[in-house]
Design a protein around this ligand. Structure first.
Ligand code: HEM
Length: 452
């Protein structure tokens, strides 16, 4: 009989600098570094960030399932996500253990498929209002446009506010906080917030300004005997199953910030990548336009068209396969744990990459080619779980996954119903930039033409 210690396999890894480990190679080009690791070392490899931080990179669907689902209790979110607490407090993204579970149960109903359908009209109207100002033919930074559309949609669905009608009261301070928070998350050794560095002072000031706005919206709603069905209204109505308690103002504020942070840049990048891919694949663009025309009968796009736009949904899925906005998931090992035949040591960091897994030739024929039709005929059911996981998985799966699919599909349909895109001569090359999310480096300059 093999005992469990004999079963453990050593984890292979690259030759490294004694002090820096692989930190420099990783930070200079994370996608290439991780792709090389998978190609050279297979399902699991190990390296260091600096002299002490051990990192495991896992690139196997079964092992990913162990980390995100079956053995998820042995892990917490990685340090960079924990750094975000300075901005989002104890919202869903950063919360852990029992407290996370409790919050997740409270918030889940607001994101149920049946509930989010009422946001479809807002998603369509916000997109239409934004593109209405576009000329018949012009060059635009589409990445910036998609960010504005996604920002408009999350503000409208969360607070019921429209762009140009009070939404900037929130959007401006929110943007300032997000920028500074993300800078903190990316810095390698941020000092505790009470240390009065310039960065900390700026962040605290921006958070205070935003808090003033958010707390005043929350208290106004409390006075109004809130009947609203927007996300804030849903969060305010949510009651703990056991004791009937509602969320405190602080918890509401943390969840609002979290949803805002997690919910707009991801979808914005997804839309930008999709329009880029369509511009490079005219036959896919034609099929998409034909579907939109057929489903809408050449009339205005409506919420009930969503489920019928199956090819449009496949375009979105294939776009997320090639350019997953969340391209990597990080965890920290809380206790020594066996993952497959390997032992993961307490304190180590674990990385999993959608970008690398989604381009694995064992699961995808011609993995680097954009082929939305591969998602026809229930293709996903033929894959092992976690060969495709743009929204993560397990108890921490993206709570906004249905919301994001509906938003991206309807926004894309509203845009593509009216406009066609080609790269401008100044934008010959489009490369992914892996920051917090995967975005087109330096924006995305495209020629926008009204469909005839
Ligand atoms: C294409 C768009 C999106 C992508 C690719 C995406 C991806 C993800 C991924 C991979 C996670 C899990 C992270 C982990 O396990 O460490 C996550 C979590 C989360 N996402 Fe999304 N997301 C998207 C849109 C949204 C939207 C629209 C919302 C809200 C309106 C949202 C809210 C959240 C929240 C609150 C969490 C934390 C859930 C928890 O830990 O319980 N996301 N997202």
């Amino acid at each position: 009989m093999t005992n469990r210690f004999q079963r453990r396999k050593p984890i292979p890894g690259p030759k490294e600098h004694w002090l820096k480990g692989s930190l420099q190679a990783f930070t200079s080009d994370p996608l290439r570094f991780l792709s090389n690791q998978a190609e050279t070392f297979g399902p699991v490899s190990s390296f260091r960030f600096g002299p002490f931080q051990e990192v495991y990179f896992v690139n196997d669907p079964d092992l990913i399932k162990e980390i995100l689902v079956t053995k998820q209790k042995a892990f917490i979110k990685s340090r960079d996500i924990q750094m975000l607490k300075a901005v989002v407090g104890e919202g869903l993204l950063t919360n852990e253990k029992e407290s996370h579970l409790k919050q997740r149960r409270l918030i889940q109903p607001a994101f149920k498929k049946t509930h989010i359908h009422q946001y479809a009209q807002d998603m369509i109207e916000t997109t239409n209002a934004f593109i209405k100002g576009w000329k018949g033919e012009e060059e635009r930074n589409i990445a910036a446009d998609m960010m504005n559309i996604a920002l408009g949609i999350i503000t409208k669905t969360m607070f019921g506010m429209e762009m140009g009608q009070g939404a900037d009261v929130i959007e401006q301070p929110m943007e300032a906080v997000m920028k500074l928070g993300i800078k903190r998350m990316r810095s390698l050794s941020p000092l505790p917030l009470w240390v009065p560095t310039q960065a900390n002072r700026q962040l605290k000031k921006a958070v205070k300004e935003l808090d003033d706005v958010l707390f005043s919206i929350i208290s106004k709603r409390r006075l109004e005997d809130n009947q609203s069905e927007d996300l804030l209204g849903m969060l305010m109505k949510a009651r703990d199953e056991e004791n009937g308690a509602v969320m405190s103002d602080q918890q509401l504020r943390d969840e609002l910030m979290t949803i805002f942070l997690a919910g707009h840049e991801t979808t914005a990048n997804l839309l930008a990548w999709t329009l880029y891919l369509l511009s490079e694949h005219p036959s896919a663009d034609e099929r998409l336009y034909a579907e939109i025309k057929e489903v809408t009968n050449g009339e205005a796009l409506l919420p009930e068209h969503y489920t019928k736009l199956t090819y449009t949904q496949n375009v979105i899925s294939e776009s997320m396969r090639l350019y997953p906005p969340a391209y990597v998931i990080g965890r920290q090992v809380e206790e020594d744990i066996e993952i497959g035949p390997y032992l993961f040591n307490k304190g180590a960091m674990v990385l999993i990459s959608q970008y690398v897994m989604h381009r694995n030739a064992s699961f995808y024929h011609e993995p680097n080619i954009f082929k939305p039709e591969r998602f026809d005929h229930n293709f996903l059911k033929t894959l092992p779980p976690f060969a495709y996981f743009p929204f993560g998985g397990g108890p921490r799966v993206c709570i906004g996954n249905h919301f994001a699919m509906m938003e991206a599909t309807l926004a894309l349909a509203a845009i593509a119903q009216n406009y066609k895109f080609t790269l401008t001569s100044s934008q010959q090359k489009v490369t992914p930039q892996p920051l917090i999310t995967l975005r087109p480096k330096g924006g995305l300059m495209m020629k926008v033409e009204k469909r005839k």
